[in-house]
Design a protein around this ligand. Structure first.
Ligand code: ADP
Ligand code: MG
Length: 262
C-alpha cells in the first residue's frame, strides 16, 4: 500500500498540491478524480519519484520512499503510466514489449559474457511472457504492427502491457481512458479488473470518465485546487455537496447524476 501524508508542491507561486493525504490500499483500485488543474498529475509525479515534494511523506508498504528517484521506486515495484503513451512508434508492438526492463537487478554485460546459455534461457522466458501479455490484452493480432500505427486505445493497451512486462504490482495510471473509443475502453477496463482480481495488481487511476471510475474504483478520492476534498465510494462522492457545488461545478454535477441513473 502507498500512504500519502501531507504532500505539498508549489510551482512558482502556484500551490499545485497542498497538504494532500490519502492511502492507496494494497489489492484495491483507487480512483483519483477532480477538475483540470486540481493537481492530480503532480501528485502522481511525486508518488512515482519524478517530482520531489516540498513537504510531506510517501510510504510504500510502511517504508519512507519520499524523494527516491523513479528507477529506485520501479525496483520496489511501483510504476506509473502517462496521459500520453510513450511507445516507441517505429518498433513493433512485440518489440515494444521485449525491450521493457524487468525492474530487477537482472543481467549485466559481464554475466551475459560468462553464461550465454542462461541469457538464451532468459530471452526465451521473455518471449513467452510477451506472448502471455499479448494474449491477456487480446492484441496478438497487432503484434507485428508498428506501434505508431496503433489507435489511441490500442496504444493504451500496449502501455498496460509494458507495465505487465515488469515486476511492478503497484501501478499508477494517468487517464487511461483519454482518447480511447468505447469498445477498447471496455477491453481496457476488463484488463485492469482482471489484473487486479487474478494477478494481484494494485491500481490508482486518474480518470475523467465517471463510468470507468464507477465501474472500477473503490475508494474514490476527489482533489480540487491541490487539496483532497472528498474520499469514499462513488455513491458517497455523488452525494457530497462540496464536490457537487463548490468544485465540480454544474456540468460535472449533472454528469454525476446522469451516471447514477440505472
Ligand atoms: N511543471 C510545472 N510547472 C509549472 N506549473 C505546473 C507544472 N506542472 C503542473 N503545473 C500546474 O500545477 C497545477 C496542477 O496541475 P496538474 O497536476 O497537471 O493537474 P491535473 O492533473 O489535476 O489536471 C496546474 O495549475 C498546472 O498548470
Ligand atoms: Mg493531469
Amino acid at each position: 500500500m502507498v500512504s500519502i501524508q501531507g504532500l505539498s508542491k508549489a510551482f512558482g507561486g502556484l500551490q499545485a498540491v497542498n497538504q494532500c493525504s490519502f492511502d492507496i490500499p494494497a489489492g484495491g483500485i483507487t480512483g483519483l478524480i477532480g477538475p483540470n488543474g486540481a493537481g492530480k498529475t503532480t501528485l502522481f509525479s511525486m508518488v512515482a519519484g519524478a517530482v520531489r515534494p516540498d513537504s510531506g511523506k510517501i510510504l510504500l508498504d510502511g517504508e519512507d520512499v519520499t524523494g527516491l528517484p523513479t528507477h529506485k521506486l520501479f525496483r520496489k515495484g511501483l510504476v506509473r503510466t502517462f496521459q500520453i503513451p510513450h511507445e516507441f512508434s517505429r518498433m513493433t508492438v512485440r518489440e515494444n514489449l521485449m525491450v521493457v526492463p524487468p525492474g530487477q537487478s537482472g543481467e549485466n554485460l559481464i554475466s551475459a559474457l560468462l553464461a550465454p546459455g542462461r541469457v538464451r534461457a532468459q530471452e526465451q522466458a521473455v518471449r513467452q511472457k510477451v506472448d502471455d501479455v499479448l494474449d491477456f490484452l487480446q492484441i496478438t493480432h497487432v503484434a507485428n504492427e508498428l506501434a505508431g500505427n496503433l489507435s489511441g486505445g490500442q496504444k493504451k493497451l500496449l502501455e498496460l502491457g509494458r507495465t505487465m512486462m515488469t515486476e511492478a504490482r503497484m501501478v499508477l495510471l494517468d487517464e487511461p481512458g483519454a482518447g480511447v473509443n468505447r469498445t477498447l475502453l471496455g477491453k481496457l477496463a476488463d484488463a485492469i479488473l482482471r489484473l487486479n482480481h487474478e494477478r494481484g495488481y494494485t491500481f490508482c487511476i486518474i480518470e475523467h470518465d465517471m463510468d470507468l471510475i464507477a465501474r472500477l474504483c473503490q475508494p474514490v478520492v476527489v482533489m480540487a485546487h491541490g487539496r483532497v476534498i472528498a474520499e469514499g465510494s462513488m455513491d458517497d462522492i455523488r452525494r457530497n455537496e462540496e464536490v457537487r457545488e463548490a468544485y465540480l461545478g454544474g456540468h460535472a454535477a449533472r454528469k454525476l447524476d446522469e451516471d447514477a441513473k440505472p
